[in-house]
Write a protein that binds this ligand. Structure first.
Ligand code: DP6
Length: 398
């Protein structure tokens, strides 16, 4: 077991875990307790350098109860999904060792994100994946079953337990034992693949994915066709495109699948709108850009919110950054963040012939900022004391 045991009898483990962005979307559950999906899905795991959750878990027979702190604030641990995750890790540990030394210990959890939770950047996926990875380290259990445990926290979290591109098989069993995530390719497979996140300025958060997808399952006439016919074929095609590093096929399917997910939201009764005017304007600009270039260079995808995630190749990053800066001028001093911190001038970066074919209004401050990131590895274990959010004596660090 790698977990740190201090003289005080407190055992601790700290891990980080990544955000993932689906290119084949998970939308709809066949079981709302076990979080079993109606279709398989596939995502890219984002580089943790830019976005990650970090979690310390600590166990001690001297703790009086399980407790959790999120971003420095104590929260209610009775949340059903958290309880399901804790119960499932304890059960897995007991299955491997009925006399597991931590079997009766209470657990303290402290977790933070290195990005604003409110920005709508899939924080629950990173958060639950991180919790499961940290608990697995603490209890000394490693198993593909861990992806099923992350899944009961938040469906998409199971895809954050691995790097590169990851598939989540919907499975057919009622107990969910075959609804697991596995790696399609590691992060080293396609180093040219980059990701730009356009954080769109938006008001209050709309319908949560959990409730939105259930309304879709109950009322949409299109969702079954998507789950039964469209997604199985797309899963095969996009996996092959990833294996072959075929960006044209990858990009087309990514955009089509995002479009179809949002079409099923519109087909929900009453309809759900996640994309806003700025999101749609971005789609228009990127479509004109791809058409003008005569190939797909920027593949957009949208989750349950207005932010745009663009998958693109390294050689087009500056061009796309300058395009976005041109159509969404901003007064923000750190408008471009992450792997790039500046965008080149539009007229000198983008070919005149391409520019000529793109037109549309400019919307000042429509985009709050752009985060340039890429594809990265799965959860990491940290051992340096500075990384721990809970001290050796079991107290939560401030
Ligand atoms: C649009 O995983 O957040 O991001 O399982 O209810 O926690 P729950 O939902 P969640 O849904 C994610 C939906 C999505 C698409 C995706 O990530 O595949």
């Amino acid at each position: 077991m790698d977990a740190k045991r201090a003289k005080t009898g407190v055992v601790r483990a700290t891990t980080t875990a990544p955000v993932n962005i689906a290119v084949i979307k998970y939308w709809g559950k066949r079981d709302t307790k076990l979080l079993l999906p109606i279709n398989s899905s596939l995502s890219g795991t984002l580089d943790q350098e830019q976005l990650h959750a970090r979690t310390t878990v600590a166990a001690s027979s001297s703790f009086e109860a399980d407790e959790i702190w999120l971003n420095g604030k104590q929260e209610d641990i009775s949340n059903q999904r958290l309880q399901n995750v804790l119960g499932a890790v304890r059960a897995l540990a007991a299955k491997k060792d009925p006399e597991h030394p931590l079997k009766d210990a209470h657990i303290k959890i402290a977790s933070v994100n290195n990005f604003p939770t409110a920005a709508g950047l899939a924080s629950s996926a990173a958060g639950y994946a991180c919790l499961v990875a940290a608990l697995a380290e603490l209890f000394g259990v490693q198993d593909q079953e861990l992806t099923a445990i992350a899944r009961v926290g938040s469906g998409s979290a199971c895809r954050s337990l691995m790097g590169g591109f990851v598939r989540w098989e919907k499975g057919t069993r009622d107990d969910g034992a075959d609804s697991l995530a596995s790696q399609v390719v590691p992060e080293s497979h396609w180093p040219d693949m980059q990701v730009l996140i356009l954080v769109v300025n938006a008001g209050k958060k709309g319908v949560s994915s959990t409730s939105g997808m259930q309304s879709t399952v109950k009322t949409s006439a299109l969702i079954n066709h998507r789950a039964e016919v469209v997604v199985p074929q797309r899963m095969k095609d996009i996996e092959k495109a990833i294996q072959d590093r075929d960006f044209q096929t990858f990009g087309r399917i990514t955009m089509q699948d995002s479009n179809q997910f949002h079409a099923t939201c519109l087909d929900t009764y009453p309809p759900i709108f996640y994309m806003n005017d700025v999101s749609r304007q971005i789609v228009q600009i990127l479509t004109q850009y791809n058409d003008a270039a005569g190939e797909i260079r920027a593949a957009y995808t949208y989750d349950a919110g207005p932010n745009c995630v663009i998958y693109c190749l390294k050689q087009h990053v500056q061009e796309i950054l300058s395009l976005v800066c041109h159509y969404f001028p901003s007064s923000e001093s750190e408008f471009v963040r992450g792997r790039s911190t500046t965008a080149s001038d539009y007229s000198s970066t983008v070919d005149a012939a391409v520019r000529e074919k793109i037109s549309g209004p400019t919307t000042a401050d429509g985009v709050k900022y752009i985060l340039h990131t890429g594809i990265g590895p799965g959860p990491k274990t940290l051992t340096n004391e500075d990384a721990f959010l809970i001290a050796e004596d079991g107290s939560v660090k401030q």
